[in-house]
Design a protein around this ligand. Structure first.
Ligand code: FAD
Length: 389
């Protein structure tokens, strides 16, 4: 049975109970704002937040992303103390691997930016890759980069911990309720239209993940967000041998080993095949993923796949998320466009979303993160292109 909202009017309605929506509700409630209502048409973890690889890295091409990632790592380190849930965050590093000089040169540039932000990443040679990734075919790699404080977490307890925390702070979370439109009679958000009827609110946060573009368009806003389906698999367990997350630059192949011993990973979608509908798995993905893994570890030839699934990325043209109030529709706040990396950026990003709702000044560059940036004339600003793993 779906519950009804306890009130007829709210300070903020957050659309989406994924990691971004829940963290935003948490920061808002923590700041004393309210009443707050979180609506999700699915179940907790039905979106990308319950379908991802759990990777948390700070190796990025731009200082702006590195800062959000570093702050988020600090938040995940204290998650257990703050929320009473163990998210099994282990800082066992990320290894990016290059197969040729061009890729290695790119990683060297990334490394310089990361080190410039005070993080001790380093360029490593093939021998060190082999030490960190035992069993990898030495002739398949030239070198790479490594940052030990990157890591992997288990996404589900993060959602459960936040869900309980926000409810304890008085936030209402209703699952199975769809937001179908935005009511903005005077050109400002006044209510959300939902499958339960109209609910009055001063602010609406669009944290709808891969469906955020759809919601913005329902609000009459033209946005460039694009939804792409990404697949992922888990193999049968192997004896523990691998600590870091491994990412190959050439094709976005990434994999890590869970504490149960499974290899979990994915690869960039095929550039030529049309995206199949739904959130299942495709033969094309299984074939490319198997070729990728067996190419690096011939001993994986007989390793069996136990599960495979997919989820949606919410991509933006420049690779930065969209955070802030939409000037075209006051009261409508974007918290979307996180591509394949929303979990690792969530704690710090959601704090900026909450500030936008509260009308507080932001330390984020609006030319990089603001909703208006896509319509800036002659825009030639940095892009965040390390959209791998
Ligand atoms: C295969 C895969 C691997 C990934 N690996 C990583 C990784 O290793 N590290 C990392 O940081 N990130 C990773 N990501 C990306 C990460 O999972 C997402 O960026 C992040 O979870 C987005 O969180 P969200 O809260 O914005 O969206 P979601 O978790 O998708 O939540 C959005 C919610 O909005 C709800 N919703 C949508 N429209 C409506 C509506 N109209 N009304 C009501 N509810 C609505 C949906 O039901 C959904 O629950 C991966 C993603 C995928 C698919």
């Amino acid at each position: 049975m779906i519950a009804s909202p306890a009130r007829s009017a709210y300070h903020t309605v957050v659309v989406g109970a994924g990691i971004i929506g829940l963290y935003t509700a948490y920061h808002l409630a923590h700041a004393g704002a309210g009443p707050i209502l979180v609506l999700d048409r699915g179940f907790l973890s039905s979106g990308a937040s319950g379908r991802n690889g759990g990777g948390v890295r700070q190796q990025w091409e731009t200082p702006a992303t590195i800062r959000l990632a570093r702050e988020s790592v600090a938040a995940y380190r204290r998650f257990g103390r703050e929320f009473g849930y163990n998210i099994w965050f282990r800082q066992s590093g990320y290894v990016f691997v290059a197969e040729d000089e061009g890729q290695l040169a790119r990683l060297r540039r990334v490394n310089a930016v990361v080190r410039g932000e005070g993080l001790v990443s380093r360029v490593i040679d093939a021998a060190e890759v082999l030490r960190l990734v035992p069993g990898i075919r030495p002739d398949a790699i030239l070198g790479g980069t490594y940052l030990r404080t990157d890591g992997i977490l288990y996404p589900f307890p993060a959602l459960w911990g936040l869900y309980e925390a926000v409810r304890a702070l008085g936030v209402e979370v209703l699952l199975g309720v769809e937001v179908t439109g935005i009511h903005a009679p005077g050109g400002r958000v006044a209510a959300v239209e939902t499958s339960l009827g109209r609910i009055a609110t001063e602010h609406c946060v669009n944290a709808a993940g891969g469906w955020s573009g759809e919601l913005s368009r329902r609000a009459g806003l033209d946005v460039p967000n694009v939804t792409t389906r990404h697949e992922i698999l888990a193999t049968e367990p192997l004896k523990p041998f691998l600590d870091p997350m491994v990412v190959r630059v050439s094709d976005g192949l990434y994999f890590s080993q869970t504490m149960r011993g499974e290899i979990v990973g994915g690869i960039a979608p095929s550039a030529t095949l049309a995206t199949p509908p739904g959130m299942g798995s495709s033969l094309d993905f299984l074939a490319r993923m198997s070729r990728g893994l067996v190419g690096l570890f011939p001993q994986f030839r007989s390793l069996r796949v136990l599960r495979a699934w997919s989820g949606y990325y919410d991509d933006t043209p420049d690779g930065f998320p969209v955070i802030g109030t939409d000037a075209r529709l006051p009261g409508f706040v974007h918290a979307n466009g996180f591509g394949g990396h929303g979990f690792m950026l969530a704690p710090a990003s959601a704090q900026r979303v909450a500030r936008a709702v509260l009308g507080e000044p932001s330390d984020l560059d609006p030319h990089l993160f603001g909703p208006q940036r896509f319509s800036e004339p002659g825009r030639a600003l940095p892009t965040e292109r390390l959209q791998l793993g």
